[in-house]
Write a protein that binds this ligand. Structure first.
Ligand SMILES: NC(=O)c1ccc[n+]([C@@H]2O[C@H](COP(=O)([O-])OP(=O)(O)OC[C@H]3O[C@@H](n4cnc5c(N)ncnc54)[C@H](OP(=O)(O)O)[C@@H]3O)[C@@H](O)[C@H]2O)c1
Length: 270
């Protein structure tokens, strides 16, 4: 699993463990334990997910050295107010039982708040409490605005990306501007796993449709963040480095594009 280089100079593991909707304390801790055993070291939480404390507890009790872990959290929309962002981040650090995160994201491009909020993100980065800063759900328009006025450019844009929502222009724009794309909902939130095209490609490689979806994200140079609470699936979602999709597979996957959004739609946000 080769890590990707971020513009901050740090690296990010190629796959992250998603934690949205993993809200029950026992289940969350058990799934983070299973993920650590399977080999995940990259965890994607958010203030909005209400599980930072469970993740922090599970990681602290694992005794894995902090420097071997990669922790991302995100500033909730309501905490993007100039005066609220830093205190809310300090709360997140307490929950996570750490004095820094590896990646801090603005969760969404909130129209009136995102520009001053970025200045606060830069202060946190400059103080060393976030090793990298980035954004989530930003379109090319939002990124162009940010790149024109920032001091520290975003290292990452985390967006919904899967075989049914391929976003090639956004991926290219990010890659051209040295912004790593994280693919959230890489399994389309569980929708489409019974798609016959995926089933055929999966059969050919003796893999599952979920593994095909994750592998596709890796092959287009993005960092997938699959979520599962099921130990067998948690393991399976990491077993994607022993095969490669060929040009024929990639051409078939291209036809699956259907503009399927399972989470936010930021395309009309001014
Ligand atoms: N920045 C944002 O705005 C944003 C928005 C959405 C998501 N995200 C991030 O992206 C992560 C992943 O997205 P997501 O949670 O929407 O969903 P996802 O990873 O696309 O799909 C998760 C669903 O697929 C099932 N699943 C997982 N592995 C499977 C496998 N191998 N075979 C069959 N089914 C499988 C899971 O079930 P079980 O859990 O029951 O196994 C769950 O129902 C989130 O957890 C979060 O970290 C970020």
């Amino acid at each position: 699993m080769n890590p990707l280089k971020l513009s901050s100079g740090t690296t990010i593991p190629a796959i992250g463990f998603g934690l949205w909707l993993n809200k029950d304390r026992e289940t969350c801790i058990a799934s983070v334990d299973a993920a650590l055993k399977a080999g995940y070291r990259h965890f994607d939480t958010a203030q909005y997910y209400k599980n930072e404390a469970f993740l922090g507890w599970a990681l602290a009790s694992s005794n894995i050295p902090r420097e071997e872990l990669f922790i991302t959290t995100k500033i909730s929309n309501e905490n993007q107010h100039w005066t609220d962002l830093t205190p809310s981040f300090e709360e997140s650090l307490k929950h996570l039982q750490t004095d820094y995160v590896d990646l801090l994201l603005l969760h969404f491009p909130v129209t009136e708040l995102r520009r001053p909020a970025w200045r606060k993100m830069e202060e946190i980065y400059e103080a060393g409490h976030a090793k990298a800063i980035g954004v989530s759900n930003y379109t090319i328009t939002h990124l162009t605005e940010l790149l024109a006025e920032c001091t520290v450019p975003p290292a990452v844009n985390q967006v919904e990306l899967h075989v049914f929502l391929q976003q090639p222009e956004l991926v290219k724009y990010c890659q051209d501007h040295n912004i790593v794309v994280e693919a959230y909902s890489p399994l389309a939130h569980g929708e489409g796993l019974d798609n016959p095209v995926l089933a055929e490609i999966a059969k050919k490689h003796t893999k599952t449709p979920a593994q095909i979806m994750i592998r596709w994200c890796l092959q287009i140079g993005t960092v997938p963040l699959p979520k599962s609470e099921t130990p067998e699936r948690i393991r399976q979602n990491l077993e994607v480095f022993d095969f490669e999709l060929d040009t024929d597979d990639l051409a078939k996957i291209k036809t699956l594009e259907s503009n399927l959004r399972t989470a936010w739609d930021p395309t009309h946000v001014a």
